[in-house]
Design a protein around this ligand. Structure first.
Ligand code: SF4
Length: 377
């Protein structure tokens, strides 16, 4: 989600609109199809299923901070009375996510989006799904912890499954509430066979995982949740964020995943995003990726030899040995993906994950322009 702040004094209610026509000529005039978010209940607006046309809106060509607002046809934009507007869905992106709530039942030490009470956004989620008019390859549902909005989550999964029958539905969840088999069963029925649940397991040691997520017992709850999903044939991805508390045990962690969860579809080993609580707690969480390369290499090779699908997320190629490059994915959402000065001359820029915009706060000391091999010699 990209945020822009305008001085708009004519928006009186939160309004969601899909870009239907781009500006023509010199006026920055967009045409939207949309609705007021508070009028949308469970995917239907008060007047039935029709969305009315929001008249064309002439927007300032620059936002308050001077950035340029340039949505594409099919993007869905939320206008708030405060003047903040955000692109909630990007038609050209493969990493769109629907935020269901900012509430959470864990308190991860490196949470990038600290939990907020009273932050469910079910109406917005349903209105958004109704306005998306090109079927995405994949749609994410995220939080906070989406399973806290239980009934709404099931309804949203059903709606996504119905509206986007070929899309993968990626649910990011700590899986703690899924320790209950009945709940897992309801989730699997609502999500269907294109659902994949992405669950963080931060360590092979329960106390370390629980310390990272700030809740005693969270490890075993997540483990039981994963086994319930497996029993119900729901695809699972396991994730970890490498940090000060868990980097030394990455090799043991991968052996644990291999032995106890051989059925998982994908394993993602992620570098930190230095924002939110991660930035507040930087001294307790930050470890430079170049300082855990040996452990990472061991883990990746071990899992790969065991025929498990494993990827490295959020890590720059220049901080990785060449033999690990093929595991690195361009995993950072387009809207927060940046590159630094060193990258301009780098021959691997188009293959590199780059940085989070928050990496301005903290980045690896290993960042170095990659030059053509013949220049290296
Ligand atoms: S210099 Fe930049 S583009 Fe090149 S590998 Fe490093 S981070 Fe990636």
């Amino acid at each position: 989600m990209k945020n822009f702040t305008f001085k708009l004094d004519y928006i009186h209610n939160a309004t969601l609109g899909r870009v239907d026509a781009l500006p023509v000529g010199s006026r920055n005039c967009y045409t939207f199809i949309g609705n007021q978010v508070d009028k949308v209940i469970n995917g239907k607006n008060n007047d039935g299923l029709e969305f009315y046309n929001v008249p064309s809106i002439e927007l300032p060509s620059e936002t308050n901070d001077g950035s340029i607002f340039k949505p594409n046809i099919g993007d869905v934009v939320l206008f708030n009375p405060s003047g903040v507007c955000s692109i909630e869905y990007e038609s050209v992106s493969h990493s769109n996510c629907i935020l269901l709530t900012e509430r959470c039942n864990s308190k991860c030490i490196m949470c990038v989006q600290p939990p907020k009470p009273c932050s469910d956004s079910l109406n917005l989620a349903f209105a958004l799904v109704e306005l998306i008019n090109n079927e995405p390859q994949c749609i994410g549902i995220t939080g906070g912890e989406p399973t806290l909005v239980w009934d709404g989550l099931l309804e949203l999964l059903n709606r996504c499954k119905e509206k986007f029958p070929s899309a993968d539905i990626q649910l990011l969840s700590n899986a703690r509430l899924l320790k209950n088999y009945t709940r897992s069963k309801a989730l699997s029925e609502a999500g269907g066979d294109r659902l994949i649940v992405c669950v963080p397991i931060y360590s092979d040691i329960d106390q370390i995982h629980d310390k990272i997520v700030g809740v005693d017992g969270a490890f075993w709850e997540a483990v039981n949740g994963i086994y319930n999903l497996e029993r119900l044939s729901v695809s699972v991805e396991i994730r970890t964020v490498v940090q000060l508390m868990n980097y030394k045990r990455l090799p043991q962690w991968s052996e644990f995943i291999y032995r106890f969860f051989p059925f998982v579809k994908h394993i993602a080993i992620m570098a930190l995003e230095p924002i939110g609580l991660s930035l507040n707690n930087l001294g307790d969480v930050w470890i430079d990726p170049v300082d855990y390369i040996k452990m990472l290499e061991h883990s990746i090779k071990f899992l790969n030899r065991g025929d498990m699908e494993v990827s490295i997320f959020n890590q720059q190629l220049c901080t990785l040995p060449r033999n690990l490059w093929k595991f690195s994915k361009k995993s950072i959402s387009e809207w927060k993906n940046i590159f630094f000065e060193e990258c301009e001359r780098c021959v691997e820029k188009s293959n590199c994950a780059g940085f989070f915009s928050a990496s301005k706060n903290q980045r690896s000391r290993g960042i170095k322009t990659i030059v053509p091999l013949e220049e290296e010699l």
